[in-house]
Each structure stands twice: as C-alpha cells, then as structure tokens.
Design a protein around this ligand. Structure first.
Ligand SMILES: Cc1cc2nc3c(=O)[nH]c(=O)nc-3n(C[C@H](O)[C@H](O)[C@H](O)COP(=O)(O)O)c2cc1C
Length: 242
C-alpha cells in the first residue's frame, strides 16, 4: 500500500508550533554533557528526510567531536570575527563586540553540513533554471536538524563567521563541496524565550503584516488575514504588537 492517511491531532499540531516558536540559536547555554548517539541518529535521519530539488539529497554531515579540532575551528572564528567587528562603526561596533556569536568551545559536538552540487550530474530536475536550488535544499536539511534537535531538548547554534576555504582546509573537506552550515550541538542549561540578538538590542522581529503582499507586489493583504495574524502573534508575544 503506497497511500497512508495520517492526520495529526490538535495536540500534535500544537507541539509542532511549540517547537518552532521555542527553537533558539544557542551560544552560551551549552553544557558539556555529550550527546547520546541514539539522539544524534534521530537528528541525522530527520535532516536526511528534508525536501531536495530533484530528490538530489546533496548533503553530507561531518561530525566533529575532537576537542583539538574544535579549538582550531574556534581560532578560525576568532580571526574572522575580529575582521567582522571592523566592518561596523561607532556604537554598533561596541555592541557587536559584546555579542556572543558562537558556542564552539562549550558545545560537545560540531556538525558541518555541506552541499555537493555535482551529486546528481550536471542536469538536475528542478535546478535547470534556478541554479541555487541545491544550496537551498541543504538549508532545508539544516532546518530539519534544528527543529528535531529542539524537540529532543537539544540546543543548536549556527556559526557562519569563517573564511570558508580555511574551514574546508582544516577539516579536509573537498574543494568542490560547499559549506552550508557549521552547527554547534549539545544539551543546554536553558533555552531563551527570545533571540539573543533581540534581547541585546541588535535587531527586532519585523512586522509580519508588512512583509505579506497579495496578488501583486504593490498590494498588501486583506484585513481579515492581518487581524488573524495579529491574534496569532499576540499568543506568542502577549506584550508586543509583532
Ligand atoms: C544562515 C544563518 C547563519 C547564522 N550565523 C550565525 C553566526 O555566525 N553567529 C551567531 O551567533 N548566530 C548565527 N545565526 C543565528 C541567528 O543569529 C539567529 O537565528 C537569529 O538571531 C534569530 O534567533 P533565533 O534563532 O534564536 O530565533 C545564523 C542563522 C542563520 C539562519
């Protein structure tokens, strides 16, 4: 039988939304407790069930649990982060320098997720006209991993302040592959309610209503939908408008 009629209960639906709204990018809250292989196996299987253009599955998962290698990765971050802070000016620069943007030394596990753009040959169903679709497919795997981790009460942090070529060289990643995500993964002491960057005053969540267009880019959407969106947003952030 190829068809199956699975429908989810309201409670199950609520659980998924809870996972989505309570997922956080984790930096400071990792504990040193190693991740159980049973959990890691489930996260990797979840990632591997992401959608992909032409069913290409262009991803690989490089697991890094050697402390020495993790320290070398941290050093690469540190150097790139100094360069990054020079790109901001004045108060923004001060604020940037006070942000914690990685948990590389605390997290027991790093996972580097790569994209092999050649995996399914030169002509890929669905990638014929928009060539980045394989990269986006790999991002879907990252998101599956992240949400599954939250469901397991495991924290994930995405660290992207690196020179990609240096990271590839350090980890022995073939030149033809692309690094899509460098994740830190581990048990956590707690999950923050709000994104760190919001709590530290770097950026606020945007007003969703202003991001929705209807039929034509010049048209916003109807009042009924916007008031329902307001209602949903209030459930998440009772004190705020967006
Ligand atoms: C593609 C991508 C790259 C990111 N790179 C970094 C990073 O280098 N350092 C960092 O602290 N957070 C990084 N983040 C996490 C974002 O800062 C975070 O998702 C955002 O502030 C919202 O917070 P939340 O994930 O807790 O909801 C990255 C997120 C994405 C999706």
């Amino acid at each position: 039988m190829n068809n199956q009629n699975i429908s989810f209960s309201i409670e199950e639906r609520e659980t998924l939304y809870n996972i989505i709204f309570n997922r956080r990018d984790v930096r400071a809250e990792f504990t040193s407790q190693p991740i159980e292989d049973e959990i890691l196996a489930r996260l990797l299987v979840a990632a591997h069930h992401a959608p992909s253009v032409g069913f290409m599955q262009p991803w690989n998962f490089l697991l890094i649990d050697e402390k020495e290698t993790q320290k070398k990765v941290h050093k690469l971050f540190d150097e790139a982060n100094k360069e990054a802070s020079e790109m901001f000016e004045g108060q923004r620069k001060n604020l940037y320098q006070n942000l914690k943007l990685e948990g590389l030394l605390k997290a027991p596990l790093h996972v580097c997720i790569t994209c092999d753009r050649e995996r399914a040959g030169p002509v890929v169903l669905g990638r014929t006209h928009m060539s980045n679709m394989d990269l986006y497919s790999t991002v879907c795997a990252v998101q599956n991993f992240w949400l599954a981790a939250r469901a397991e009460n495991i924290g994930v942090g995405w660290v992207s302040i690196f020179h990609e070529d240096e990271l590839k060289q350090l980890l022995g990643i073939p030149e033809t592959l692309h690094i899509i995500a460098y994740l830190t993964v581990g048990h956590v002491s707690s999950f923050n309610k709000k994104p760190d960057l919001e709590r530290k005053g770097w950026r606020k969540r945007l007003n969703l209503k202003e991001l929705i267009k209807h039929n034509n880019w010049q048209e916003s959407t109807n009042d009924n939908l916007t008031s329902l969106i307001d209602k949903e947003l209030k459930k998440q952030n009772p004190d705020e408008r967006n």
